[in-house]
Design a binder for this molecule. Sequence first.
Ligand SMILES: [Fe+2]
Ligand SMILES: [Fe+2]
Length: 190
Amino acid sequence: MSEAPIATYARMDEGTVEDYAIMASYKPANLAAMPDRLMGLLVELGDKADGSPLDGYAHSLQSATLAYHDGAEDETVFAALMHDIGQVYSEHNHSEVSAAILKPYLSERAYQVVKHHGIFQGYYYFDKIGWDPNARDAYRDAPWYDDCVRFCERYDQIAFRRDYPTKPLEFFEPMVRRVMRDARSVPGVT
Ligand SMILES: [Fe+2]
Ligand SMILES: [Fe+2]
């Protein structure tokens, strides 16, 4: 069996057209693996203890289930499912980390909703930790403001019920693959 070809440059500016063609040939397989990678992050959320009534995995599934039953379109259900995956990597700005990871698969509006959901979520509890619950007001003129309010109100801040009939990841899996596949041709995604 022949070994898979690899580029040979030591500096990127010395890479040849052939080198970059070799690397491009890996792209389809790596893109195809990405849904499983992101769903793996979701499962990882379940391993992170944070004192919440529900772990991050269960909360994410419940959030997506709420969006689904609300009749939300695929992109919003996808965003609800994945909005907290940044918590795997960051304890400080998980909303921005989630949004950065999901950016290739989201419209600008949905991207902004995920990116700012942490601040908008604060409307429901920042007063209990000495922060400003109206911090979201700074974005009142943003075209996605109402979407972010709705997202937090309907799908995020209420998604901590231990007795809610939450759908399993398998239910959402085809939707995840569909949303991510459809976004693969987004210009500028490198
Ligand atoms: Fe969050
Ligand atoms: Fe959340």
